[in-house]
Design a binder for this molecule. Structure first.
Ligand code: DGL
Length: 288
């Protein structure tokens, strides 16, 4: 008996998304808005967050375990929503998972190059690990050899976003301190290279000035996922009846710890709590 599912069956499968925690919900939102007929399985590795301060070997191990967990739940494509995991672990994930894998770094970098002029100056803000990996610079240079790139880590932005301190004066002064060098550099575009930064979009835009184009790597990723689904003829052909809502019961959320906190922050970020949210044991993550 042939066990390989038919293409028509694959089309109906969900898209898997993983992040180190709650931040990847900004990428989920972008995917959900761009692809309303798709269903998603989201894994937030809340037991082991943050990834942005961890080593390459650790992030790779976590990323592979997360990917295997999602693959074992039957998905047609994997989205690595976490910028740090995309920067450090994408090659290893692709090696281990027999699925199409889309990260956020390449799409964010390509989008920044697409919306700026030749020889443009592009700034990137991200976690320490993402900046150290140089993944954004490499991807931007692949898209445009002549682009000039500056990168800055803004680690406190993660906590400020989760605290919902999007308009506090303290957030503005921290943003000013982090972004001073970028303001001096006068970039044409600034890539929001961390899942949490779109939550602070207004503070960041006001700090760098209205003429700097902000690039949301999650939105750029959603665009490339849509193109890949079309190209591979894997888009779900069934139109969902009625209006889709973020976190509705067609999407399934898993966390590795603190489900209640995840639901609370999800409500802050998305205006809705997941209808289906489950905590999973780390041991289950280890299963092949
Ligand atoms: N999700 C991470 C990223 O986009 C930020 C949080 C963390 O450090 O784990 O890089």
């Amino acid at each position: 008996m042939n066990k390989t599912p038919e293409k028509s069956q694959i089309k109906n499968l969900p898209i898997g998304i993983f992040d180190s925690g709650v931040g990847g919900l900004t990428v989920y939102r972008a995917l959900h808005n761009r692809l309303p007929n798709e269903h998603f399985i989201y894994l937030g590795d809340t037991a082991r967050v943050p990834y942005g301060t961890k080593s390459l070997a650790t992030v790779e191990r976590y990323a592979i375990e997360n990917s295997q967990f999602l693959a074992s739940h039957g998905i047609k494509m994997l989205v690595v929503a976490c910028n740090t995991a995309s920067a450090l672990a994408l090659p290893k994930i692709r090696e281990k998972i027999g699925l199409d894998v889309v990260g956020v770094i390449g799409p964010g970098a390509r989008k920044a190059v697409a919306v700026t002029s030749p020889n443009s100056k592009i700034a990137v803000i991200a976690t320490e690990a993402t900046v150290q990996s140089d993944a954004y610079r490499v991807s931007i240079k692949e898209a445009s050899e002549t682009a000039e790139v500056i990168q800055t880590a803004c680690p406190l932005f993660v906590s400020l976003a989760e605290e919902n301190w999007a308009k506090e004066p303290e957030t503005f002064s921290i943003a000013k301190k982090y972004l001073d060098k970028i303001i001096e550099f006068q970039p044409e575009a600034l890539v929001l290279g961390c899942t949490h930064y779109p939550i602070l979009r207004e503070v960041i835009q006001q700090t760098v000035g209205a003429r700097v184009k902000l690039i949301d790597s999650g939105e750029a990723c959603a665009e490339e996922v849509a193109q890949l689904l079309d190209w591979k003829e894997l888009a779900n052909p069934h139109k969902v009846a009625g209006e889709r809502r973020l976190c509705d019961d067609l999407d399934h959320f898993y966390v590795t710890d603190a489900a209640e906190r995840f639901a609370r922050v999800a409500e802050r970020f998305l205006g809705a709590k997941p209808a289906k949210l489950e905590a999973v044991e780390l041991d289950e993550l280890k299963k092949d």
